[in-house]
Design a binder for this molecule. Structure first.
Ligand SMILES: *[C@@H]1O[C@H](CO)[C@@H](O)[C@H](O)[C@H]1NC(C)=O
Ligand SMILES: *[C@@H]1O[C@H](CO)[C@@H](O)[C@H](O)[C@H]1NC(C)=O
Ligand SMILES: *[C@@H]1O[C@H](CO)[C@@H](O)[C@H](O)[C@H]1NC(C)=O
Length: 282
């Protein structure tokens, strides 16, 4: 009796599933299929290939970097000497000749919008030097499961007047899979302006941070101020978590790239996608 009911139930569910698939608007299905296809391609191309330790390189040693905990909530690390000068030169060379005007990426709609972003991006092919940097980044942020991987890397160039208005690196339009962490490394400090501004972070009171963030001249006031600007410092990187521990979007990581006033700013962006991420339900 119960077995009959179960198989009957299964048959009805299958029928419903088939009906849903057949009668769904085609573009929704196409989009879904495209996204699955994209995700699979990403995974195939960008999951790190073990064993990382066998990756060769002109320098056999790893970079000697120092990590400082800048903020506990949101989690932000400051990494001095994340990149060696050899690696910086190499990345700039890899990206030479590949620069294109940056786009903005709300959901599926990629387009140029110089009102909110004025810079150029150069995507480059992974190579052993980049892989070594990626491994270093993974070691710092910790392994995030089999569905986490770095987005194809790129170097970003900001010329005089270049900027990127306040934005998040997570995308609210995705409920499955998102950018969970960000590494932003400076490949030059040959510019004025061009700091990375977080308007919602509380500026630390201890003035020893002033070598890495901009501090107004001291006037004796001890009150906490929201607004932190990291100075572009050659080879240094900022790392942050885009999500709260429960997986919800952290709005306190809102940030911008301030206009470059002179010189040129280059940066390496490394985003970790986790396809296993799901928007938490309240
Ligand atoms: C003193 O510092 C506070 C907090 O940073 C700031 O709001 C204020 O404008 C400063 N005053 C002067 C005279 O610089
Ligand atoms: C630094 O910027 C100046 C222009 O402001 C440029 O002439 C010079 O070549 C730059 N140096 C490097 C190492 O990029
Ligand atoms: C997740 O955590 C954040 C920060 O504590 C909180 O504001 C938010 O409401 C939480 N979301 C859910 C769905 O629990």
């Amino acid at each position: 009796m119960s077995r009959f009911l179960i198989s009957h139930f299964t048959r009805i569910s299958c029928l419903l599933l088939v009906l849903t698939v057949v009668f769904s608007p085609k573009h929704i299905l196409d989009r879904f299929t495209q996204r699955l296809h994209d995700a699979r391609q990403y995974l195939q191309r960008h999951l790190p290939q073990a064993p990382w330790d066998e990756i060769p390189g002109p320098e056999s040693y790893d970079a000697v970097y120092q990590v400082q905990l800048f903020s506990r909530d949101p989690v932000i690390l400051y990494i001095n000497d994340f990149l060696t000068s050899f690696e910086i030169e190499h990345l700039l060379q890899l990206s030479q000749g590949h620069y294109e005007v940056s786009k903005v990426y709300p959901g599926e709609d990629h387009h140029i919008d110089t009102e909110s972003r004025a810079s150029d991006l150069a995507f480059f092919q992974r190579d052993p030097i980049y892989d070594r940097i990626a491994r270093r980044a993974m070691n710092i942020q910790g392994w995030r499961g089999p569905l986490a991987f770095f987005q194809p890397p790129y170097v970003q160039r900001y010329e005089v007047g270049g900027f990127y208005k306040e934005h998040y690196d997570w995308d609210p339009e995705y409920s499955q899979g998102n950018r969970i962490t960000t590494f932003l490394a400076y490949l030059s400090d040959n510019c004025t302006g061009g700091g990375t501004n977080f308007p919602r972070l509380v500026r630390p009171r201890d003035r020893r941070w002033c070598n890495i963030i901009e501090c107004p001249p001291s006037n004796g006031s001890g009150s906490s101020v929201k607004d932190v600007t990291f100075k572009p410092r050659l080879g240094a990187a900022i790392f942050w978590e885009n999500m709260h521990p429960n997986g919800s979007f952290n709005e306190n990581v809102l940030h911008s790239s301030l206009p470059v006033l002179s010189g040129v700013k280059y940066g390496l962006n490394m985003f970790t996608w986790d396809l296993g991420w799901r928007a938490p339900t309240t």
